[in-house]
Design a protein around this ligand. Structure first.
Ligand SMILES: [Fe+2]
Length: 103
């Protein structure tokens, strides 16, 4: 019975360690920091572009503003999707959650 309890503790400890390491396996050969940096920079760019396009959407004025505003809204929504994809790529690389994408 004690062997079983210690096995459970070992399994829990190993599971916690794997959670902290993310999806990176011991055989992953790339430098994680080198991989994560451009992903974080891409994420930061996408996060900035989303409100920038939305600002243009809300402030578009003139005879053709409806079409122009719609185009800006479409770009804003696309940038938001790009940001989500960038964040997902970072998460899959084992990067921890952060609200400050660029160190
Ligand atoms: Fe984008």
């Amino acid at each position: 019975m004690n062997d079983f309890v210690s096995d459970i503790q070992a399994i829990r400890e190993r599971a916690r360690r794997h959670l902290e390491e993310g999806a990176v396996t011991p055989s992953y050969g790339a430098d994680k920091d080198v991989v994560i940096r451009p992903l974080n920079e891409a994420l930061a760019t996408e996060l900035v572009c989303t409100p920038r396009y939305k600002r243009h959407y809300f402030t578009a004025r003139g005879l053709t503003s409806a079409g122009v505003a719609a185009e800006f809204l479409e770009h804003a929504n696309e940038e938001q999707v790009h940001a989500i994809r960038s964040r997902s790529a970072s998460s899959n690389s084992g990067e921890s959650q952060t609200s400050h994408p660029i160190p």
